[in-house]
Design a protein around this ligand. Structure first.
Ligand code: SAM
Length: 426
């Protein structure tokens, strides 16, 4: 039932937009998401609720995403991103008065924050592929007093060459590749802030341009709505046991998927790793470590009501990561072994189950020894066609336009930075 509120109805003080906004910004500052006075001032100035008219004022000022458009499957294709993530990406962009900034993926709110930061002598251009979104953004920006923001309807994959060069480009849809336009339209030393999908894992990367290459300065775990247009690159899912279990591949779909038809009916190998962790301890660097080390890294999902007895002892569910090699499948679970203590355990099926289970367990142990305590990998991107000898050491993921190399610093490297994470989608 829809309830219409009378215009004269009093809003309790604690629900006032200004009060809610002040509380949200205080939380972003104390949580470390806002790090500089200028970004704090921008968040205090822009009325976020005016850019989320579909949500209540309270929901607009929650530190959470407001989804604004869905596709026919009910998946969000547009949203006002979560404030902690917007603050993180804007801080990473290092904007100052007079700079020129390009935002790919519009909504209006983020562009207004950018407009506050670059001021009247700077320029903000925002692009969306969807005319519904640009119409909405144009309307909301004008109503909130930010009509100096330039709104363009087009595929952001090609940027906006006529308004380049930009000091920063902020991409707000998930990308699997880095097209030449984003590098060419950036000043040297400028920042490209982009949520990348690396073998299915969402990782926000703040790159800096150095000539034709991009070098990461900061990364964090994050999810975003999918890229549409020329850069769209859907993942492929291989259904096992009816549709109860699925393996999700990001460009590395098995050449002979039928080999997996009855794989879960074969004998299972189980290996304890000896790697333990406490409750609610994040292990997103483990995921990225495994995605870096195994070409056959994929996601595994299990339906809520699926029978799980054959997957692991006591029917434990995998938290989502798997590896395939030929016709062999391995994944891990994290069963409780004592009060407030869990241990990674590997399971595998197929002709080389013992070998693949051993390899996966070894990589979990290496992550535990060398990378668990806060060393971020460095991510670099070179144009496609760059010879191997010009790439930094590490594992390279080849995309149509970019060679993306992931380099894990040696654990004793004094320049290694600690990693940030907050596994909520945008
Ligand atoms: C998370 S929303 C943008 C949020 C916005 N930056 C804000 O103010 O919070 C992502 C947007 O990216 C857009 N998008 C997806 N693919 C695109 C593409 N190739 N070019 C431009 N926009 C695209 C979607 O239509 C969607 O509106």
């Amino acid at each position: 039932m829809e309830v219409v509120q009378e215009e004269t109805a009093e809003v309790p003080d604690q629900e006032h937009p200004e009060v809610l906004r002040a509380r949200l910004v205080d939380g972003l500052v104390s949580g470390g998401w806002i790090r500089t006075a200028d970004v704090e001032a921008a968040f205090r100035a822009v009325p976020r609720h005016l850019f989320a008219p579909e949500a209540s004022v309270k929901a607009a000022y929650a530190d959470d995403v407001v989804r604004t458009k869905f596709d026919s499957d009910g998946t969000a294709v547009s949203s006002v991103s979560a404030p902690w993530l917007q603050a993180t990406m804007i801080e990473q962009a290092r904007l100052a008065a007079g700079m020129r900034c390009l935002e790919l993926g519009s909504g209006g709110y983020n562009a207004s924050l950018l407009a506050e930061l670059v001021g009247p002598t700077g320029e903000v251009t925002t692009i969306d592929i969807d005319p519904d979104i640009t119409d909405r953004a144009t309307r909301l920006l004008a109503a909130a007093g930010y009509d100096q923001v330039r709104v363009l309807t087009r595929d952001g994959w090609y940027g906006a060459a006529e308004h380049a060069p930009f000091d920063a480009i902020i991409v707000t849809a998930q990308a699997v590749d880095l097209p030449p336009a984003w590098v060419d339209q950036l000043v040297d030393g400028g920042r490209l802030i982009v949520p990348l999908r690396l073998r299915g894992l969402g990782r926000g990367v703040a790159f800096e341009r150095h000539g034709t290459q991009l070098v990461s300065r900061e990364t964090q775990m994050c999810g975003f709505v999918r890229m549409q247009g020329a850069g769209a690159h859907p993942m492929r899912r291989l259904a096992l046991r009816g549709d109860d279990i699925g393996l999700r591949f990001d460009g590395n779909y098995p050449a002979e998927p039928e080999l997996f038809d009855r794989i879960l009916d074969s004998p299972r190998v189980d290996i304890w790793t000896g790697v333990r962790l406490g409750p609610r301890v994040p292990f997103d660097t483990l995921k990225l470590w495994l995605a870096t080390m195994f070409d056959g890294y994929c996601g595994i999902d299990v339906a809520k009501d699926a029978a799980t007895e054959s997957l692991a002892p006591e029917g434990r569910r995998p938290p989502g990561d798997a590896v395939v090699d030929g016709a062999t499948l391995a994944y891990f679970t994290c069963p409780k072994i004592a009060e407030a203590l869990y241990e990674f355990r590997v399971h595998a099926f197929g002709p080389d189950a013992t070998t693949l289970a051993g390899d996966l367990a070894d990589q979990i142990r290496i992550w535990d020894r060398d990378h668990r305590n806060g060393t971020d990998p460095r991510i670099t991107a070179h144009p496609a066609g760059t010879p191997d000898r010009d790439l930094p050491p590490g594992r390279t993921l080849d995309r149509p336009h970019a060679r993306i190399t992931i380099t894990w610093p040696h654990p004793d490297d004094p320049n290694a930075t600690s990693h940030g994470s907050r596994p909520t989608p945008s």
